[in-house]
Design a protein around this ligand. Sequence first.
Ligand code: RP5
Length: 168
Amino acid sequence: MTQTGGSPRVGVVMGSRSDFETMAGALGVLRDLGIGYETRVLSAHRTPALLASYAARAERLNLAAVIAGAGGAAHLPGMLAAFTRVPVLGVPVQSRALSGQDSLLSIVQMPAGVPVATFAIGTAGAKNAALFAAALLATTDEGVRERLVAFRERQTRAVLDDPFFEGH
Ligand code: RP5
């Protein structure tokens, strides 16, 4: 397990090391916003006992959210949500066979009663899941709120200051 930025407030888990490139999008956002996180590989089918014990750890640490990325028959986010009341943010990883449509449908179609918040396929989804976790934290943490507002302002400014259309 890797831990960054003080005591973790968000967990970032993935079904395989091959998901890392996608999930790195979430880690970058959390780092930029100064939010402590921990990350590890957890597989619903290869390490089911570890998945259950990580869900218990998420409760113990009172994490604000667990961001869970997986591809293919992506049952990691749903299984985690079954084991914990900590909000689970699911990221469908782009699969080779079906371009992530399988991952998306596996994660988004949870039966009523055990919710998983589901994001876009791939890196955009990973980044947005981290921004969503930040928004959850911002309801009670003034520092995170300020950094999130500053991030939005920088994003707006980048559009307004873009010289691309000058002279067209
Ligand atoms: C899923 O199967 C993982 O989340 C990954 O996206 C996919 C392929 O895993 P590897 O075979 O690359 O380990 O469990």
